[in-house]
Design a protein around this ligand. Structure first.
Ligand SMILES: [Zn+2]
Length: 164
């Protein structure tokens, strides 16, 4: 499988999250061509703001295969990771990050000067190889579809619903 196909798995995870009422973001951990785990955002339905697609995928990969199996892996995500998830990637030993949609592309204004590149520079995460724009149109479509849903963009549990 190539990047296009692995991102397809992530998009399917994003669709599942959307249907359930969670932010439509999906992630896949792949090492040496083997899919270690799939993940999706579950922060609304689990009531846990730390369950993003990337942390969900890493948690499942570590649980099923152990931390050592993740070292050197590639993480595919439909959205650019937030700072929390970016740090989790580093701790887990992820070596390559493949993205669909960037926060800047979405026009977000709530993340200041954050980008995955800025984060890596700030913390010295030099080992991360970055590929962006994979199946961008599809990643953008599901995110915009979610953003247009008034019910799902309403504040939940007192948190800031504008923050994924
Ligand atoms: Zn995150």
């Amino acid at each position: 499988m190539h990047d296009h196909d692995h991102m397809g798995l992530a998009l399917a995870q994003a669709e599942e999250a959307f249907a359930r009422g969670d932010w439509p973001v999906g992630a896949v951990v792949v090492n040496r061509g083997v899919v270690l785990a799939l993940g999706q955002n579950r922060q609304n339905t689990m009531g846990d703001v730390t369950v993003h697609a990337e942390t969900d995928a890493l948690r499942r990969a570590q649980g099923a295969h152990g931390l050592a199996a993740i070292a050197g892996s590639t993480l595919y995500c439909t959205m650019e990771p937030c700072p929390m998830c970016a740090w989790a990637l580093r701790i887990a030993g992820v070596r390559r990050l493949v993205l669909g949609l960037r926060h800047a592309t979405l026009g977000r204004v709530d993340m200041g000067g954050y980008s995955i590149e800025a984060f890596c520079t700030m913390v010295g995460f030099d080992a991360l190889e970055l590929t962006t724009g994979v199946r961008l149109d599809e990643c953008l479509e599901i995110r915009r579809r979610w953003g247009q849903d008034q019910v799902r963009t309403a504040p939940t549990r007192g948190g800031d619903a504008s923050l994924r």
